[in-house]
Design a binder for this molecule. Structure first.
Ligand SMILES: [Zn+2]
Length: 120
């Protein structure tokens, strides 16, 4: 093996090591993101249950009322699929702003929020 080949092999080993390190960092970042999402789901579930308990404690509503309200809300996006899908919202400049953006991509105005839940 000549000196040139030896250098190439050494560089290849270094590159593989760098890629492995990048993959390890990405895997850890993904794991942290999933953990944060699980924690957020737990907080939202707890909040929803607390709100429902407050409403149910008035004695005016029961589980059937809750199921009907969920179904009606689910249907507002055109599909009853167990998810609340939000489409783009109109900005004051006339552009449509993706619900995931915090500001209009054209004029920079804060993204329109039409309900408290639209900001979540
Ligand atoms: Zn705008």
């Amino acid at each position: 093996m000549d000196l040139y080949q030896h250098g190439q092999i050494k560089n290849a080993h270094r590159s593989v090591g760098q890629v492995a390190e990048e993959v390890r960092h990405q895997r850890e970042a993904t794991r942290d993101e999933i953990q944060a999402l699980h924690e957020r789901i737990d907080r939202l579930t707890l909040t929803c249950e607390a709100l429902w308990n407050l409403l149910a404690s008035t004695g005016d509503l029961d589980e059937n009322d809750l199921i009907q309200a969920i179904t009606e809300l689910d249907a507002e996006d055109g599909t009853v699929d167990g998810r609340r899908t939000r489409g783009p919202q109109p900005c004051s400049c006339g552009a449509m702003v993706n619900h995931r953006l915090k500001a209009c991509q054209f004029c920079g105005e804060p993204a329109p929020v039409h309900s408290v839940f639209g900001a979540i």
